[in-house]
Design a protein around this ligand. Structure first.
Ligand SMILES: [Zn+2]
Length: 303
């Protein structure tokens, strides 16, 4: 990025916020990932959680819903015989704890909201589901967690991306608002899947005889252009895969679970993010979520 481009970026992320650069190198490094459902911590951010945990970073997973509207064991869908939302939630929360153990997660925080279901399901209009909870209400709870744990890096989802699950959008909006309310300087990231991610996933699945119909290329190019940060997680790919497989009740619906380790690594060995707010002294593109917060200079891929 040119210096003019970098200045414009710095101005953009500081505009209207109380954020300021993080420079205290004596503070322990902490990474918080805010997710919608049990299993998202593994599929979405499993690589960075495992990689930074191994490097001594404290990792905090916040899971907003109980995942009641996931599959029951055997791939049974909500509304079908054999699908009891309470039982599904208890199974999925147990799986979540196992997955977090694989990823070396320091702290798991459960917000306990009810799953809203997919965008084209009727559940999302119910008054008791997560996506109908006011953003300010959910954000206040996440703010409390940010104030308690004081992470330097917070990760959630890309509201302008191609995955528009109501709970993911709501988690991302609540997280962004929570960071704003906390007034604690953090780098805020959105997990982003662009052209490269989908190409590699398609190629890997082809090898096991699965045809993937991904999002439209135009939408992916737009995401790819916004990616600021690529993290090599190949060294911890087995942990990420083990975490995914810990969510046994959901594997019927998981394309990633069909991949052997080498193809899984090809598809998921790099995690990509968009930096949407944070410290000013991090030059883009980055290869480290903590670039600019390690004593005020970029350390690169040391974690
Ligand atoms: Zn999810």
């Amino acid at each position: 990025m040119s210096s003019a481009g970098r200045i414009a970026w710095v101005v953009k992320i500081f505009e209207g916020s109380r954020m300021c650069p993080v420079k205290n190198s004596s503070t322990p490094l902490k990474l918080m990932a805010v997710h919608a459902h049990p299993d998202d911590e593994a599929t979405s951010t499993g690589g960075v959680l495992a990689r930074y945990a191994l490097a001594g970073v404290q990792t905090i997973v916040v899971t907003c819903t109980n995942g009641e509207l996931g599959d029951a064991p055997g791939g049974i869908k909500p509304g079908a015989d054999g699908h009891d939302p309470r039982t599904v939630a208890s199974i999925r929360l147990a799986e979540l704890r196992t997955a977090c153990a694989h990823l070396g997660v320091s702290t798991l925080e459960l917000l306990g909201y009810h799953d809203s279901g997919m965008a084209d399901w009727d559940h999302r209009h119910r008054p008791d589901v997560f996506c109908t909870v006011p953003v300010e209400t959910a954000a206040a709870r996440i703010t409390g967690l940010i104030e308690r744990h004081r992470p330097q890096v917070v990760v959630s989802y890309d509201v302008d991306g191609t995955y528009q699950h109501p709970d993911h959008l709501h988690a991302a909006r609540a997280t962004a608002r929570a960071v704003e309310l906390a007034g604690i300087p953090v780098k805020l990231y959105s997990k982003a899947h662009g052209t490269t991610y989908w190409r590699r996933l398609r190629e890997a699945l082809t090898q096991v005889g699965v045809e993937l119909r991904g999002p439209e290329p135009g939408a992916l190019e737009s995401v790819e252009r916004r990616i600021t940060t690529s993290i090599d997680v190949s060294a911890v790919i087995e942990r990420k895969r083990d975490a995914l497989h810990a969510h046994e009740s959901q594997l019927n619906s998981s394309l990633a679970a069909k991949l052997p380790l080498d193809l899984f690594s090809y598809a998921f060995g790099t995690e990509t993010y968009v930096l949407t707010g944070g410290v000013a002294n991090s030059a883009l593109p980055e290869v480290d979520l903590f670039a600019g917060v390690r004593g005020g200079h970029d350390d690169g891929p040391t974690a």
